[in-house]
Design a protein around this ligand. Structure first.
Ligand SMILES: NC(=O)c1ccc[n+]([C@@H]2O[C@H](COP(=O)([O-])OP(=O)(O)OC[C@H]3O[C@@H](n4cnc5c(N)ncnc54)[C@H](OP(=O)(O)O)[C@@H]3O)[C@@H](O)[C@H]2O)c1
Length: 295
């Protein structure tokens, strides 16, 4: 039977961070974790939207243990500030859900000089994980869940031009960023295992889910989207399965089990051959480490 709430363990006493938690899949994931009793830090870029999300969750679960914390994943100084504040106030981190994302936005560089989709979707989460890893490793049975997408098939890792100094297309840059997230999750699993850590690194994707992610897509695609998408609540199930499923191992990839992974109950799923290239993953890791330490 697929993972579902009725068979899930209580999360009472456990602490989770969900990035991009004010709406869409992050909101549904955070709500699911609250339902199971976890203390959840809702992390996103707008204080106001975070407060609104917290109110909505409290309306459903009045006992919810929630904190709202601002983070801009497209700005490494904000990521550092968020992590430092969290480390000052918490002595455990059981679940880090690297969920926030943007899709197919016009070309833009972040304050650190990074292509924006790569920065928000991938580099910011890489840096966040790096800052929090000692605490995660010190917490027993902890997991790091990183969001990828079917779009990881759309492009490659441009090791010689990660930030698109030429040839930018919004689709390619989104594809690269989501392939980077997936390769990061796999590479992190390998590195954690080699270091003897019990922390699990698991990737997840929600198939096609109805959220505001598609706001920069052409109008025709946005009009047709509801015909092929599942709800954000259903799209969050593979994320919750990746975070909580007992049979999920480090290095797994979880997604919907239905037609071409578009929708359906959560399961462990396959990813592209390119996503499994360990040489590219190691080179990407080193390049990203240089980027986050230089900024
Ligand atoms: N929906 C799908 O079908 C689908 C498919 C495959 C993968 N995914 C992945 O699922 C994840 C969640 O997407 P979604 O569909 O739930 O999209 P969404 O509804 O647009 O939510 C994205 C979340 O990320 C936050 N965010 C955006 N930029 C940020 C930044 N610079 N710093 C911090 N937070 C930021 C947003 O905050 P604001 O509200 O302030 O913008 C929002 O909370 C993404 O990683 C996406 O790539 C989604």
């Amino acid at each position: 039977m697929s993972w579902n709430f009725s068979t899930a363990d209580t999360q009472k006493g456990r602490v989770a961070i969900v990035t991009g938690a004010n709406t869409g899949l992050g909101f549904a994931t955070a709500t699911g974790l609250v339902r199971l009793g976890a203390s959840v830090v809702l992390a996103s870029r707008s204080e106001q939207r975070l407060a609104q999300a917290a109110s909505k969750i409290r309306a459903l679960y009045p006992q919810a243990d929630l904190l709202c914390r601002q983070i801009d994943l497209g700005d490494l100084s904000s990521v550092r500030g968020f992590a430092e504040a969290f480390l000052r106030t918490h002595d455990r981190l059981d679940l880090l859900i690297n969920n926030a994302g943007i899709m197919m936005t016009p070309y833009q560089l972040t304050p650190d000089g990074f292509e924006r989709q790569l920065a928000v979707n991938y580099i910011g989460h890489f840096a966040l994980t790096d800052h929090l890893l000692p605490l995660i490793n010190a917490t027993s049975n902890a997991r790091i869940v990183t969001l990828s997408s079917l779009a990881h098939n759309w492009w490659k890792i441009q090791l010689d031009d990660l930030h698109f100094t030429s040839g930018y297309t919004a689709r390619r840059a989104y594809g690269q960023s989501k392939l980077a997230c997936l390769m990061f999750s796999y590479e992190l699993a390998r590195r954690l295992e080699q270091a003897g850590s019990k922390t699990r690194s698991v990737a997840a994707h929600p198939g096609f889910s109805s959220t505001s992610l598609f706001r920069d897509m052409p109008k025709i695609a946005r009009v047709l989207m509801p015909l092929v998408t599942q709800s954000a609540r259903d799209g969050a199930l593979p994320i919750l399965y990746a975070a909580l499923g007992e049979d999920v191992k480090t290095g797994d990839y979880c997604g919907p089990s239905g037609f071409t992974q578009y929708w359906g109950p959560p399961a462990r799923v396959f990813s592209s051959k390119a996503s499994k290239d360990q040489q590219v993953a190691a080179q990407l890791w080193e390049a990203t480490m240089r980027m986050i330490t230089a900024s």
